[in-house]
Design a binder for this molecule. Structure first.
Ligand SMILES: [Zn+2]
Length: 144
């Protein structure tokens, strides 16, 4: 399952290969530039595996659920990280109700739960609400 993004100029859907999420691309229809992904991407198990395996930049994963209050408080921070580290990191959101198998694989019990992957491997994981600067420091450490 490639990630689908709509073009900011013409609105056409573009399939973005997981390994190019942090790159600037070109719309297949109108050739306008498609900037690096700057918002969190909601993924299921299949896309999750693809992005973790193929991403050239570190990946922050936010394990969350609709009913979880602290997850809602974390959401703007997660979005801020995606915006501020566009091109340097990819941010995924995994709904633990819709994709319990992914959450189980990483032993997610309490949410929000954050995991940082680099080069296809789990680098760091922590449960509990944190702010954007903390998440950014995890990602920057994963690159170092
Ligand atoms: Zn376009």
């Amino acid at each position: 399952m490639p990630i689908i993004r709509s073009c900011p100029s013409c609105g056409k859907s573009n399939r973005i290969p997981a390994k190019h999420l942090a790159d600037t691309g070109k719309c297949g229809a109108c050739k306008a530039p498609l900037p690096a992904m700057a918002e969190p991407i909601e993924v299921g198990a299949e896309e999750f595996d693809e992005v973790i395996r193929e991403s050239k930049v570190p990946v922050l994963v936010d394990f969350w659920a609709e009913w979880c209050g602290p997850c809602r408080m974390a959401a703007p921070h997660v979005a801020q990280v995606a915006r501020e580290l566009a091109g340097q990191a990819v941010v995924l959101k995994v709904d633990t109700e819709r994709s319990p198998e992914v959450a189980a694989r990483f032993d997610v019990r309490g949410i929000p739960n954050f995991a940082v992957f680099a080069h296809g491997k789990l680098h760091f994981q922590q449960a509990g609400l944190v702010d954007a600067s903390t998440m950014k420091s995890w990602l920057l450490r994963a690159v170092a």
